[in-house]
Write a protein that binds this ligand. Structure first.
Ligand SMILES: [Zn+2]
Length: 381
């Protein structure tokens, strides 16, 4: 048994208050692959909180049997700042009330600083380069300046994740099928994970833009590889994935337990935990480019009435729902069709049905990159 539960204190934001993170640590650093999990970075995304709880129970049992072969860290509550944000009795996450912006955007790109630290020390041995870069990454994170409580949260979470081989950021959408976001460079791992956890949608990108947490961990590797050139081999040594655990209200013990078991099987398959995960389950969906996902905006202000359900296949131009103009004089002329530009799977929608002009209300995952999605900034606000 080697489990440790570490408490990390955040800086006090206002007199008399303090928050903390808990990190459940398993295994021995360096003994094998390192996996990092965190739940609810946006704070009002509850499925991952329950999945992490089940995952910790599974890992505790594996640890008691001496089955942890690598290193695993689970932060079951990644954002105590956002978790405390209440307005008129409603929990309001995603953006920091204190002005820090979207909790999952603008994470730092450490590649310039790390490259300065390692240039001249890189060689032709890939493993040696990985070790050198991980050391420099840890040093850079340790040197991050903390002014605000949110700065401290970023530093603490990155300090736990930045040297990992695998980073799992557990989020959810509003109403959604389970889906994954990751880099196209890790297509094979995404495909395997999608099978193990039964994700019907996997969205792959070269560069999502916006600086999400997964990319802060993974992207530094290919940026360093570009800077260093072919003479110095640097692999994409961190597989980071954002796991969208369906919709915000999909919080059930049996579902969360099955999700945790899927993640556990993936860790077995990747040699982090001993034991037979069994044969890889058959895929239940497809891998598609994030540029092929149409993020559909409301054409006006009003009520949305959907005529398609999540999981339905739609063709480009097909009507998904209608926007109803509540201020129209004639109700027979009050409806504007809402259509998808993508042909594919209707996989997310907002459960708020009163929508504003331009609001991002639903998504369809298609195979073909869409012209209007190629300009970058692939993530919603
Ligand atoms: Zn999220």
């Amino acid at each position: 048994m080697s489990k440790l539960v570490e408490t990390l204190k955040l800086v006090t934001p206002s007199p008399g208050t303090s928050r903390e993170l808990k990190a459940h640590r398993y295994g021995t650093p360096g003994a094998g692959p390192k996996a990092y999990f965190q739940a609810a970075l946006h704070s009002d995304e509850y499925p991952g909180l329950l999945v992490a709880n089940h995952l910790i129970a599974l890992l505790d049992a594996a640890d008691a049997e001496g089955a942890i072969e690598g290193e695993i860290i689970v932060v079951p509550v990644a954002n105590p700042i956002g978790l405390g944000q209440q307005l008129n009795g409603q929990h309001v996450g995603r953006y920091e009330f204190s002005g820090g912006g979207n909790f999952n955007r603008s994470w730092p790109d450490l590649s310039d600083a790390v490259y300065e630290a390692v240039r001249g020390k890189l060689g032709s041995d890939e493993k040696a380069n990985i070790a050198l870069i991980r050391e420099a990454l840890a040093t850079e994170v340790a040197a991050m300046n903390v002014v605000t409580e949110f700065d401290g949260l970023r530093k603490a979470l990155l300090g736990l994740s930045i040297t990992a081989d695998m980073v799992f950021d557990l989020h959810c959408d509003n109403e959604a099928l389970m889906h994954l976001y990751s880099s196209v460079r890790h297509t094979d791992l995404v495909a395997e994970l999608a099978c193990d956890i039964g994700a019907p949608v996997s969205l792959l990108e070269m560069d999502p833009g916006g600086g999400p947490f997964d990319e802060a961990n993974a992207g530094v590797w290919w940026r360093l590889a570009e800077k260093a050139g072919e003479e110095f081999p640097i692999p994409a040594a961190c597989f980071a994935v954002t796991v969208e655990l369906r919709g915000r209200n999909d919080v059930y013990d049996e579902m969360a337990k099955a999700d945790a078991q899927g993640l556990f099987r993936f860790l077995q398959r990747r040699g982090v935990i001993a034991g037979d995960p069994g044969p890889l389950p058959a895929p239940v969906g497809e891998l598609t480019p994030l540029e092929g996902t149409d993020v559909i905006r409301s054409p006006g202000a009003g009520i949305v009435a959907y005529c398609k359900d999540l999981g339905d296949r739609v063709e480009a131009g097909e009507v998904i729902g209608e926007l109803i103009d509540l201020m129209a004089d004639d109700p027979t002329k009050a409806r504007t069709p809402i259509t998808s530009k993508a042909s594919g799977l209707f996989f997310t929608r907002m459960n708020e049905k009163l929508v504003r002009q331009g609001a991002e209300i639903c998504k369809v995952a298609g195979k073909e990159p869409l012209e209007h999605r190629k300009a970058g900034g692939l993530l919603e606000s």
